[in-house]
Write a protein that binds this ligand. Structure first.
Ligand code: FEO
Length: 397
């Protein structure tokens, strides 16, 4: 990533990971790559906010070196322990061993347990300030957004918020600002990030945004640790987060299914016709063919979920089972669901999917619909009606 002057004496020195396609221990696909953002603030004291993923340490150090010799760094602010932002720290600290690492108490513990580095560490809490000279850095603890150690760093003189993962997007671009990139791709990646990483944390996010609003701190720029920097109307992404955190929905249905010999797929397609003809937006996904994280993004604003599976060994098929386990962990609220599927001699898939819905706290809007072997004409008609009736349950969002 080219080094960019974000503001006078503040540089974006992070790196672009163009080729990463699987992230977070293979729980997240990154079809557009990502960036590991790092910000260098040159003042009487020199501070670096966050580092980068370990394999990019050399590139990060080269970027820093193009602005100042790394040994001049006085403070390394560690907003988050996770290795994509701290992996380069051991290499960097070799070059600036006297620099103080700054972060929360949990950050100190986490960094030590990851790297066993003997670095000087200053623990900070919400409201603590670090004077750099003309500028100050103040810190806002943000536990569980999205790790216990997470923290935001704010520079009041520049009205610059550096919230690490929050408001980030896995988007590798040579452009650095939100007004320079394709808006559909940007919002697509921001929503995917929220859906797959932050969705379960809505209540915490709402509380944190309320806390920051009550602090009355002006924010001109939001510079996250992934993707582009929000300089054009940064409140736009904050408002999107508010909407997602409140689990606001649209009258939209996502149908996700897995079919062994095609009967459940036939049912799914007819159900989709019923939903669509009822005037409700619908998207259909065979979970064996579509990336799970993309489907979760589609589900983020959908009021209705329909899940279908053939029965196999008295249960749902295994790809859908994994899909639903992941969804359960995201704790979606304010949704309705229903289930369907084909079976041969003894069912089980629909009942077990309904059980997962109950565990996940997702209301069942209709009794599940099962068909023995291949659906006949009447059963296909019933599938259509099943879809149309479900559409009515999601109208109005
Ligand atoms: Fe981008 Fe939680 O790491």
């Amino acid at each position: 990533m080219p080094v960019i002057k974000l503001l006078p004496d503040i540089y974006s020195v992070g790196v672009i990971d163009w080729n990463v396609r699987s992230f977070h221990g293979h729980t997240y696909t990154t079809k557009r790559g990502t960036t590991y953002n790092s910000y260098l603030i040159i003042d009487d004291k020199i501070a670096l906010v966050d580092t980068a993923y370990g394999p990019f340490a050399k590139e990060l150090i080269q970027n820093i070196s193009s602005v100042i010799p790394p040994e001049k760094i006085d403070y390394v602010i560690a907003n988050h322990v996770e290795t994509d932002h701290s992996g380069a720290l051991p290499e960097l600290m070799k070059l600036c061993p006297k620099a103080k690492v700054i972060g929360t108490e949990k950050c100190k513990e986490g960094l030590y347990k990851n790297y066993y580095g003997n670095w000087g560490f200053q623990i900070v809490k919400t409201g603590d300030k670090l004077n750099l000279g003309k500028r100050t850095l103040s810190f806002i603890e943000a536990p569980m957004i999205h790790w216990p150690d997470s923290m935001f760093t704010y520079c009041p003189e520049e009205e610059l918020l550096m919230p690490n993962d929050a408001f980030g997007q896995h988007l590798a671009t040579s452009e650095r600002f939100n007004d320079e990139v394709d808006q559909c791709a940007l919002m697509d990646e921001a929503a995917k990030y929220y859906a797959n990483i932050l969705w379960p944390l809505g209540a915490i996010i709402l509380k944190k945004i309320d806390e920051v609003v009550k602090m009355g701190i002006p924010i001109k720029i939001i510079a996250p640790s992934h993707g582009v920097i929000w300089r054009d109307d940064p409140m736009r992404i904050v408002n999107e987060y508010l909407k997602w955190a409140k689990n606001e929905t649209k009258p939209k249905v996502v149908v996700a299914y897995e079919s062994m010999w095609g009967s459940t797929e036939k049912m799914a397609k007819k159900i989709v016709d019923g939903i669509s003809d009822a005037g409700v937006s619908v998207k259909l996904f065979d979970v064996t063919q579509t990336d799970r994280t993309e489907v979760m993004k589609e589900m983020l604003e959908a009021k209705g979920f329909l899940f279908g599976s053939s029965t196999h060994d008295n249960d749902m098929l295994p790809t859908l089972a994994g899909f639903l386990e992941f969804l359960k962990g995201l704790k979606p609220k304010n949704r309705v669901a229903a289930c369907f599927g084909s079976y041969g001699w003894a069912g089980g898939a629909v009942k077990n999917i309904e059980g997962i819905m109950q565990e996940a706290g997702i209301d069942l809007a209709a009794q599940g619909y099962q068909v023995k072997y291949v659906p006949d004409e009447d059963e296909m008609k019933r599938c259509y009606e099943f879809g149309a009736e479900f559409a009515k349950k999601v109208q109005g969002g």
